[in-house]
Design a protein around this ligand. Sequence first.
Ligand code: C2E
Ligand code: CA
Ligand code: CA
Length: 722
Amino acid sequence: VATVDDLALSAVVDRLDHGVWLLDPNDGTVLQHNAGAAAQIGAPATDLTGLRLPDLVVPHLSVDGWRLLTQQVPCSGAHRVDVAMTRHDGSAVPVGLTLSNVEATLPPPGAVGQRGSASVIVAVTVDLSAQAAANERAAGEHELLDRALDAVADGVAVIGRDGRVEQANETFTILVDLPHEQLVDRSVFDPPWSWLDADGAHVHPEATPPAHTMRTGERSSATLLLPGTGRTRAAHEHVPAEVSCVPVTDLRGAPNGAVLVVQDRSEVRSWQERHDRMASTDPLTGLATRAYITDHLTQVLAAASGSDELRVGVLHVDLDDFRSINDTFGTTFGDAVLAAVADRLRDLSDRHVQLGRVSVDEFLVVLQGAEASLAFDTRLRRLGEEIQRRTEQPLLIDGLELRLTASVGISRFPANARDAAELVRAADTALTAARREGGRHQLRFYERSLDERTRTGLALDRDLRRAAAQRTLEVHYQPIIDLRSGEVAAAEALVRWHHPEHGPIPPSVFIPTAEATGAISAISDMVVTTVAEDVATWNVENLLPPGARIAINISATEFEQRGFVDRLASTLDNAGVSPSRLELEITETLLMRDMETTAARLTQLDELGFLVALDDFGTGYSSLSYLHTLPLHTLKVDRCFVTELGDGRSETITRAILSLAQGLGIGTVGEGVETDEQRRFLLDAGCDLVQGFFYAPPLPREAFERFLRDHVAAPHVTLRAV
Ligand code: C2E
Ligand code: CA
Ligand code: CA
């Protein structure tokens, strides 16, 4: 109630000549006092807190006497008694003691007890011996008050005995949106500003706190709105305000106007509103929050648990590679993307479907149904696919066209979980597994067997990120040999991880996990940096044969990240290495995903001087159609063809691929050459380069450098096959 007791007024209070005391209602212990109080009893600016006011009064008030006095203090209004107070020097000073009972927020600990709203007694002591002098000073005090008032954060108006505004501070003029001169002398019974209620309806001035206080001599307060007048804000821009009015008495205690305090609550209110809505609605997307959707799920499950027919499904939807949108375009843009995605999904929710955003780019969808489990699964799948379809429509934001993809993990109740938490976790597990196995645009149902895989996956992921950050991953180099000259034409950089507990873990185990979890970026950064540094060293030492290049494997998820090319280029730039020294190995899967974007990016790389190789050719959706449209430099024939070369069909295919590439002017690498037979076949079929254990396994840097030296010195000598 008592906003006037707030700190805002304490500045004013401190300048008053009157003694103002906050007292414990029980025994009159001083909780707080102003400077005037100390001055009155001639105490140096001492802290009087802890003393009992009844002890300072002559005649001494007993505890019972105090109680009697204070119990008579009405809830509002004030008591006044004339007493004497003992001054510090032993003399007595006659004072008018006014007691009133207010609800106040106590100051923080240190000063008094704990903070909290409590009923306290406010005592105002007026030095009666100084009455005449006080009267004289009144004018000067007015000026002082003016200045004090302007320093106050709240709007304060001093209302005279006749109900007219005598004084108003600047905040007050802002809140009522009227200049000072239009306020002074205007009556609070017919003010130049209007008061509105919470619904925006006009409130009659008679029904407002200042009128009430002026009529009854009681303090009063209300929450009202103040519309603008067009001076600093428009009429529809209402400022919610806590309006309080306290009566003022003259030195004899007779009513002498009031102080009107208007506190701007717009911050508080909009915070409250936001807070209320926030509990259930995500402010960015307007979708339900995690708290809300989880709560909803719990309720739905409670209903379903009591029934044999009801089924509940949870879809965990995650935008693929959203992070790179934020990284590249900034979070404001990212937010716009999320809001747009939410707009597309919003109307999926109905009586049976609830939709919520649970983290930056993740959504949780709860579906209820009563059909047979197979039919329900079908509905879940359809819903998941519909969400993917809607999410993957091109988005136009700030003139930029974006194509997103989404992955979905699905879990079902009662089949996969007993409670909401388990069900949500199961959907998440399915999502992670889907990502790990397939990358983007995945949809997968939860199965129990995924749990174990996920657990190990999570631990690995954590260790892997750490290893990449600390650069404890190693890069090995496998030489790639020119079949005809026997010289080292290139080398493939292959990452190696020696786990502190589990020992060496092959990339075929951790790379797919890293792709699913995003740790691949850290790995890739580390590999590229290491290779760039090594190449720079080799350049200085003249170790790499002219034209030789280092091939780096680029995961699809990495390749598709915005900013990937820039990062790559700048890393090389920092190391002072030319892009033509690098060959990026990408896989066919990438070409199948988003041909347009991939083609554009390949062209960009090509223009920057990077070489691009198509890795593992023949394993994926092998399509030869794009070979001549894309700027590819090299085709790497997958190891499985080479391994199965004894098989006639494999030989035919391999020959076909090699001659096609030759016809298109694309270089070829035969992978996994382990025997001399394989080498000879490939040479005969027109393959350019080979790589495999027959020549050398992937070698640690020092071993690879030795290998290079030997070959530069005498290319043919160390080659077993030639
Ligand atoms: P990949 O790109 O096909 O790499 C060639 C793989 O064949 C390497 O396996 C290499 O050690 C192995 N290899 C080479 N010659 C022979 C041979 O004669 N016989 C047999 N049996 N194998 C041979 P590795 O190092 O285990 O890598 C496996 C896969 O992991 C790579 O397949 C690549 O897809 C991925 N990978 C490795 N390093 C990286 C990296 O730094 N980044 C990314 N994104 N992926 C990587
Ligand atoms: Ca490769
Ligand atoms: Ca390969």
